[in-house]
Design a binder for this molecule. Sequence first.
Ligand code: KG4
Ligand code: ZN
Length: 337
Amino acid sequence: MDILAIESSCDETAAAVIRDGREIISSVVATQIEEHKLYGGVVPEIASRRHCESIVGVVDESLAKAGMKAQDVDAIAVSFAPGLIGALLVGVNFAKGLALALGKPLIPVHHIRGHIAANYLAHPELEPPYLCLVASGSHSHIVKVNSWTEFETIGQTVDDAAGEAFDKAARAMGFPYPGGVHIDRAAKTGDRKKYQLPHPHTANPYDFSFSGLKTAVINLIHNAKQKGEEIDVNSLAACFQYTVSDILTQKFITAAKESGYKTLALAGGVAANSGLRSMLQQRADYNGMKVYYPPIELCGDNAAMIGCQAYYEFQAGHTAGADLNAVATMRLDRVTW
Ligand code: KG4
Ligand code: ZN
């Protein structure tokens, strides 16, 4: 089964052709980052307009790379929630029009379910049940993946998402948007013990809180400036990255131990972080657990992961009609359309 998948939930317009849920026939991602960089973050209005301009070209390119015409695909999939509403609407409307014109099924995909599915594209042996840590620009979740389409969130952020904290801390350190990758790079030559950052407490032990940590970075920089002291940015980046990774992995491994999981997966944009990957690997090895990581190019937003999850949604009978709408916020374990 060949699925043409479309993704437009934030600042990447993407399309992909995926065969039987596991094979990438083509994948095209047009990023708007350079433009949003000027404003220090994603400007929703600009994102919608750029999706509108790029979507036809991106879909055409993904079909051309696959050596296919639109009528050759068996279904159209689209990321319909959660995300920036104006951005999502572009992809949803385009997918609806295409499915209608071609007389093909329309498969709605929850964006975060897509991030989790990115792992299936690289690891043919991975199948539910397993425990997944999702760390993206707007989500931080510990999720029980009970089946291909059944999920249970057992922990989540009570304030900022991990990626959001990376981006805000990076901005305070003087890095451009999106800052996660810059912190990752800077941290490689820093001394993480040079600074101390807090481990915020949460009532539910599997929940996360990153806003205090971000504020601590901002205050530390502010205080140093007032005293005329210079900040060692690489060391602060190393300390921040270590602290976020420590919080994420500690809670994730504890949840895995307490629920008896031996198979783990990491997903979302922050899954690209080298410090997080190596810390998680070490702690999983120590506890006799196996961790799956998406390849770096599939950690951020892309349509291949949407096409992959769409295959399983379709098997479960999850298709939408012409009244499908985009939804800005939706739990990944309570998906409706
Ligand atoms: O999953 P994603 O593409 O978007 C959402 O669905 O939210 O995640 C984007 C986030 C950004 O916050 C970005 O800074 C972060 O992922 N990110 C990283 C790295 N690469 C991307 N954070 C830390 N280290 C990285 N190497
Ligand atoms: Zn995403």
